[in-house]
Design a protein around this ligand. Structure first.
Ligand SMILES: CC(C)(COP(=O)(O)OP(=O)(O)OC[C@H]1O[C@@H](n2cnc3c(N)ncnc32)[C@H](O)[C@@H]1OP(=O)(O)O)[C@@H](O)C(=O)NCCC(=O)NCCS
Length: 242
């Protein structure tokens, strides 16, 4: 199905048994090096969610999905997930009990999820550009905390869609009005197509966002709750602008 962004979320401790058998040698050896069971679950789930979505969208068997995480910087297997040789893009994020993954054929994609923790708000606000910080200024308490974390996941989803991660311009990236659920982002120092970021609703404890490196994508369906392996509807683009 062309013109799709499919997003799926799942909770740790509920890894379908098939996910392990789908893994590549690269994934298996990375899994063996992960010590904490919860981190193993997160890795297994992210991998399995991407493989199952690409399988559904392309007809490939999940184990035949050419998912590769070779780091462009150092060659280790901890890099951006790439679907080698396929016209599809993927992104994975994990925080707390939830793993979120996105697959699309529209443009490079980034997802990010964070469990909201008021103790980390100060650190998040300290890396916001002044314009974004002043947008939060009138908010208090929980509202401010949610808006701060939403700002952070937007920022990280954009950095992941660009492929830079935290090596990118974290402090310069303005991600806009907390009252809006979508924003058009210009990536500093890059003369590229503006990117579209959408907030995702994954429950009261989490902030999440997806960024697609294509300004035309102004509608993405999203998970409304996390309950086991939650399937979310897929959407395409709808013509239109801001
Ligand atoms: C990508 C990054 C932002 C992840 O941050 P995080 O909040 O700790 O973790 P998240 O759960 O949101 O995302 C992790 C996923 O991001 C993906 N990822 C890794 N590098 C990525 C990159 N450069 N761009 C986009 N996605 C990336 C991976 O899929 C990873 O999950 P997996 O390894 O289980 O598949 C951070 O690791 C980073 O900035 N990496 C790039 C810079 C870097 O350290 N490079 C090392 C060069 S040797």
């Amino acid at each position: 199905m062309a013109g799709t962004c499919r997003i799926r979320a799942a909770v740790v401790r509920q890894v379908p048994p098939g996910y392990r058998t789908w893994m590549s040698d690269q994934e298996r050896s990375r899994l063996e090096r992960i010590r904490r069971p919860v981190d193993r679950d997160r890795f297994l789930l992210g991998t399995g969610l991407v493989r199952s979505m690409v399988s559904e969208l392309t007809g490939l068997a999940p184990q035949a999905v050419p998912l590769d995480r070779t780091c462009a910087e150092c060659g280790s297997a901890h890099g951006r997930p790439m679907l080698k040789g396929l016209p599809w893009f993927a992104s994975i994020s994990h925080s707390g009990d939830v793993v979120l993954a996105a697959v699309t054929d529209l443009a490079p994609v980034g997802v990010d999820i964070e469990r909201i923790d008021p103790k980390r708000l100060g650190a998040i606000e300290s890396v916001m550009p002044t314009a974004d910080r002043s947008r939060l200024a009138g908010l208090e308490g929980r509202q401010r905390c949610r808006a701060g974390f939403q700002n952070w996941v937007r920022r990280e989803s954009v950095l992941k869609a660009a492929g830079d991660g935290l090596a990118g311009p974290v402090r310069e990236l303005e991600v806009g009005d907390p009252a809006s659920t979508t924003a058009l982002i210009r990536y500093p120092r890059r003369d590229a197509t503006p990117m579209r970021v959408h907030d995702l609703a994954v429950g009261p404890e989490y902030a999440a966002a997806v960024c697609i490196a294509d300004a035309a994508v102004y509608s993405v369906d999203m998970p409304t709750s996390i309950r086991g392996d939650v399937k979310t509807p897929s959407t395409g683009t709808t013509p239109g602008g801001e």
